[in-house]
Design a protein around this ligand. Structure first.
Ligand code: NAD
Ligand code: MG
Length: 394
């Protein structure tokens, strides 16, 4: 039996992970499951997989969780420190599927105890790529990509030498607004941004897909995970979401990874790696698909992609600033405080001030990448983004 933990179990990736695990109850011993405010879901999942421990991220929900799991024998805990402690519980395989920078600390703990970390939480690599990779290396722990594009690249690279790689092309569906006229975007509503044409995902990543911030994070994730130069990474709009990524080699060959848009593929690949096992995903019927389309992303429509290039050029803690500002701008959009196009402008403003070494982030531009520095940068960048939003509102 393999000992597994699922961080962010109540979310979209978490539920897909549990779906695979529940199909083979004899195969897994579930150590910990974690969630947020959705206590009923967390309790139900903890019971269904007979987890040892259930953790909610929010301390004020501990009593609810305790009540929901009374008499089950399942241990309960709450808060960020409890999440980190859960990451340190011995496990063979850990799914990192918390949304946002909050996923970083528990993931690092899992790596420190030598677990294989299946990384859906792309924010970990955006905020602290070097730290995550170094922690994995020092502890002989393996990091496996779960983002569909990065899983696709990882699979296309099996048996290949990185020296033979010329470029990596990740595909983007283009999100909810890919066919909207540009001038209509300013008035896009939360409801419209929360409907993805191809994938069924959590609300935050769905909105990030509409703004292309998700792809911007993924370009940085590609750079960090595969260690290639920014100019070797390309993004192409592919509305059908059937090719997830392509690797171009020095002989001109392109290896593409195709599959139905179902995250259980990437999760299952990371769960069973280095083997391949049967997965309950739809099989593509290419005759029925009949054609696949591609087009270049327009710069004017997707400023987030340009910002990702700036972040990669800056390096260091710029990724943590970028992600934190993006998270706050997204909070603002969800709360109805800022418009859809304002998000990129807010992030750019915070990044520009960081790069100009102005304001409270000034001293951090050359700071070494430790968890403390990443956390401090994250906090300050959030405050800064709030300040920028207030200035714009006033
Ligand atoms: P989701 O919103 O559906 O679920 C998020 C999970 O994180 C929930 O369990 C929630 O309770 C928990 N959570 C939220 N805030 C938290 C906090 N402050 N501290 C601790 N836990 C918290 O999100 P999702 O769509 O499943 O995405 C999870 C991660 O996977 C994200 O990093 C996302 O970018 C990545 N990802 C998702 C998909 C997808 O198809 N959904 C695909 C690729 C990558
Ligand atoms: Mg992706």
């Amino acid at each position: 039996m393999r000992r597994v933990s699922i961080f962010g179990a109540t979310g979209s990736i978490g539920q897909n992970t549990l779906d695979l695990i529940r199909r083979d109850p004899a195969g897994y011993d579930v150590v910990a499951v974690t969630g947020g405010h959705n206590i009923a879901q967390l309790a139900q999942d903890a019971v269904a997989v007979r987890a040892d421990l259930a953790v909610t991220a929010f301390e004020d929900r501990l009593d609810d969780l305790r009540a929901a799991l009374a008499d089950t024998g399942i241990e309960v805990a709450a808060g960020q420190a409890a999440l980190t402690e859960a990451g340190a519980r011995p496990a063979d395989w850990v799914m990192s599927a918390i949304v946002g920078a909050a996923g970083l600390a528990p993931g690092l703990e899992a790596l420190k105890q030598g677990a294989t970390l299946a990384l859906a939480n792309k924010e970990s690599l955006v905020c602290a790529g070097a730290l995550v990779l170094e922690t994995a290396r020092q502890n002989n722990a393996r990091l496996l990509p779960v983002d569909s594009e990065h899983s696709a690249v990882f699979q296309a690279l099996v048996g290949e030498d990185m020296d033979a790689v010329e470029r990596i092309i990740i595909t983007a569906s283009g999100g909810a607004f890919r066919d909207w006229p540009l001038d209509a975007l300013r008035n896009a509503t939360l409801k419209q941004a929360s409907a993805h044409p191809n994938w069924d995902m959590g609300q935050r990543i769905t909105i990030d897909s509409a703004s292309m911030f998700n792809k911007a994070l993924e370009v940085i994730e590609t750079r960090e995970y595969f260690g290639i130069f920014p100019e070797q990474i390309e993004v192409i709009i592919h509305p059908e979401s059937m090719i997830h990524a392509l690797v171009g080699f020095r002989d001109g060959a392109l290896m593409a990874h195709l599959g139905a848009p179902d995250m259980r593929h990437a999760i299952g690949y990371a769960l069973h790696w280095p083997d391949r096992r049967d997965l309950p995903v739809a099989r593509l019927d290419l005759a029925q698909v009949s054609q696949l389309n591609f087009r270049a992303p327009e710069d004017a429509r997707y400023p987030a992609l340009r910002l990702a290039r700036d972040v990669m050029a800056q390096g260091g803690l710029a990724g943590a600033v970028f992600n934190a500002a993006k998270e706050r701008a997204l909070d603002g959009f969800i709360a109805g405080r800022v418009g859809f196009l304002d998000m990129a402008e807010i992030v750019e403003e915070v990044l520009t001030r960081f790069q100009a070494q102005k304001g409270p982030l000034a001293g951090l531009i050359d700071a070494p990448m430790t968890l403390d520095n990443v956390t401090q940068t994250d906090h300050l960048a959030r405050e800064y983004a709030d300040k920028v939003m207030n200035e714009r509102a006033g």
